[in-house]
Design a protein. Sequence first.
Length: 216
Amino acid sequence: MIRAAIDHLVVTAPSLATGIEFVHDALGVTAQPGGRHPRMGTHNALVKFDDSTYLEVLAVDPATRPPGHPRWFGLDDLDAHSAPALAAWVARVEDIHAALAAMGVTGDVKAMSRGSLEWLIAIPADGQLSAAGVMPVLIQWLHEGHPAPELEGSGCSLDSLRGLHADGSQIARPMGKVHFDARWSLAPATVEDKPGLVATIQTARGAQTLVTRGRA
């Protein structure tokens, strides 16, 4: 059985400053500076959950030239008035090609880097999120690199991540081919209800919840 673990949550925002402010208001902590992704025209800030899990605030980098192709995580759909929100989750695997094949899903595997970090990530060519972010984005870190151990402790930890989707079989079939982190679960959503994610995070102020844009 191919194993996968929750690697990080992705909060997208129209600017990095508004995303950092959103996370501070929600969790009571300030995200640490991350870096730039020139290939995607984005930059980020990070909040550590533990040595293998974190939260990423991701936004378009105004100092980087547009990449000439869709940016990842649906960032091109945001405008200056978009509210920051949880958008997606990224699952870590040891062999990204084997995991994609087992799940029977297609993914445009890209080699990425930021500073000394290098990884492979499976992102759709159109930059959109699969099943409104309920399906994970797969990542394979290279050379045993990972950003979380280098981050300062935040006092926050990920308790659970729940996906909601009206067509649960659309998610359950491919997800059933890989053994995912026990903190992940899938629940039905009514046809009228928006699909998306609900993350429960333990903080110094108690349990806090982040939800997909439009679910609040």
